[in-house]
Design a protein around this ligand. Structure first.
Ligand SMILES: [Mg+2]
Length: 227
């Protein structure tokens, strides 16, 4: 069995450290210009797409080299920002649920996230979580939309463990309708948690298999996961 965790709004919240660091990176690379996220949808989206949208809106280059430069500068800025003031906090129940699944012989865990790999790992570390507990990862660098990421993780599961996991034994844990969509598009289950900006009703309407207000009922969630 495989549990794939979204990061922002699911494992942790960061007081928008990522958005602030992205803006700092854009200002570094384009001095004198002003940038904003007004009207840019970030929730559940992949970082490279967010960059493309910002580039198009602000008339800056969106080519691969410019994107790579931005990605590197954003990583530096996020690292410095979190070192100066760690605004990341782990959400209710996460430490216990990750730890319970880690101790369980039947489960592997991974990250399935719109974050770039280095910035996603930075956030996880600053939440006080052990990144080594997440062995089966699919980051924003591995696909163009979220729907592309579960097959990446399923392939990685095979590489790491030597055995295959059918999609119906994969659970995606996320906080947005896009997490639900990427799970069901790939035949996986979705545990949706209303700790992001999307209320439980919206996640239920999106068709999540289980919706919880937060992850604090670890025993109940484990029972559902094992069912
Ligand atoms: Mg999220």
């Amino acid at each position: 069995m495989l549990a794939l965790w979204d990061i922002d709004g699911t494992l942790l919240k960061s007081e928008h450290a990522g958005i602030h660091a992205m803006l700092e990176a854009l200002h570094d690379l384009h001095p004198g210009r002003s940038f904003s996220f007004d009207g840019v949808e970030v929730s559940g989206r992949l970082d490279p797409l967010i960059y493309q949208e910002l580039a198009a809106r602000h008339g800056i280059p969106g080519d691969d080299d410019s994107h790579a430069t931005f990605r590197a500068r954003y990583t530096e800025r996020l690292r410095a920002r979190l070192a100066a003031r760690n605004t990341v906090r782990v959400l209710a129940g996460v430490v216990d649920l990750v730890s319970a699944l880690h101790d369980h012989a039947d489960w592997e865990q991974g990250l399935l996230t719109g974050n770039y790999e280095p910035t996603g790992v930075l956030k996880v570390i600053h939440a006080g979580l052990d990144p080594d507990h997440f062995r089966i990862n699919a980051f924003a660098d591995h696909g163009t939309t979220r729907r592309h990421l579960p097959p990446v993780a399923i392939k990685r599961f095979h590489q790491v463990t030597g055995s295959a996991v059918p999609p119906e034994r994969v659970v995606i844990i996320g906080d947005t309708p896009l997490d639900v969509d990427c799970a069901h598009h790939n035949g996986c289950r979705c545990l949706a948690v209303a700790t992001g900006i999307h209320p439980a009703d919206e996640l239920r309407a999106a068709g999540a298999d289980l919706v919880v207000d937060d992850l604090s009922d670890v025993a109940g969630i484990l029972r559902w996961l094992q069912a």
